[in-house]
Every structure is written in structure tokens, then in C-alpha cells.
Design a protein around this ligand. Sequence first.
Ligand SMILES: [Zn+2]
Length: 63
Amino acid sequence: MEEGYVLDITDSGKKTAKWIEGAPERSVWVGLKTGSRRSFALRAYRCAECGFVDLYAPGRGEE
Ligand SMILES: [Zn+2]
């Protein structure tokens, strides 16, 4: 598996996509409410032979 990440392009630039706890909750102002939910930067591992991607969200999360 080769290591990489999932890119998220936002109004404030390019970021690593994140895993957020709970179900998505829409907001008129910010797209999705994340509030005080824990978030984890996603690391992605790709199989060079078949292209399968496995996502990992290590660590203790950010508030
Ligand atoms: Zn494979």
C-alpha cells in the first residue's frame, strides 16, 4: 500500500479531508455543522495493483 491523503478544497484553501463523528447535519451558513464534534485528519493507503483505497483516522482527534 502506498501512503497518501484525501484532498479537500475549500474557500480557505486546500486541506486534508477529515472524519467527523456523528451523522451529517446541514447548516444554511456553513454547509455542514460540525460544532464541538471530534475530527480526525484522514490518511489514505492505496493499493498500487488494484487501486483499492483504505482510510485511517489515527490519533485522539481535534476539537
Ligand atoms: Zn489491491
